[in-house]
Design a protein around this ligand. Structure first.
Ligand code: GDP
Ligand code: MG
Length: 175
């Protein structure tokens, strides 16, 4: 009989245009479509097997309004863990994430909320504004995991990012 890791609620946060929807769709369908509805906020549910145990994901693809990075109070309260997304082609999208992290910690009243920092659009080398080292350094500051990915070019790393966060959430809940 297969045991269950239970449910994990994940919110995907970051500025408009960084590829939050592309990452969610890539993870859920393994496909990249190219254009995504900017107006809606989508919640998905899916189950998968991680290390021989079943786990259910609830995934919230947020829409950022008024530069809130999608991190509204109700979203932060709802989620168990967070994907903080920036685009490696935009310094601004990178610089805002420290504030998002702070908001999450303040609201959760915990200093170790499960978070993964994701630098998306790694395929656009010629437009890069944020180096991989800078991403890695921010992750050390925020004490979280870090990955660079490309929602448009890659499936493996995108899947890995969501699974890594999922495992952190499960470990966190078990403590
Ligand atoms: P969101 O506003 O954060 O949900 O961003 P979207 O997922 O709607 O993506 C914004 C734009 O960036 C769209 O035109 C996507 O096709 C494009 N995009 C998303 N991810 C990537 C990527 O990894 N590489 C490239 N080249 N384009 C991407
Ligand atoms: Mg979107």
């Amino acid at each position: 009989k297969k045991s269950s890791l239970g449910e994990t609620k994940i919110a995907v946060l970051g500025m408009a245009g960084v590829g939050k929807s592309a990452l969610c769709v890539r993870f859920l369908t393994k496909r990249f479509i190219g254009e995504y509805d900017q107006a809606s906020e989508n919640k998905y549910k899916c189950s998968t097997v991680l290390e021989g145990e079943s786990v259910t994901f609830e995934l919230l693809d947020t829409r950022s309004q008024n530069d809130d990075m999608g991190a509204r109070d109700d979203v932060v309260r709802w989620a168990d863990g967070f994907v903080l997304v920036y685009s490696v082609t935009s310094r601004k999208t990178f610089d805002v994430l420290a504030d998002v992290r702070r908001k999450v910690e303040d609201m959760k009243k915990a200093s170790h909320v499960p978070v993964i920092l994701v630098g998306n659009k790694a395929d656009l080398a010629q437009f890069r504004q944020v180096t991989q080292d800078e991403g890695a350094r921010l992750a050390v500051d925020l004490s979280c995991t870090f990955m660079e990915v490309s929602a448009s070019e890659d499936v493996t790393k995108v899947t890995d990012a969501f699974h890594t966060l999922c495992k952190e959430i499960v470990d966190y809940k078990r403590r």
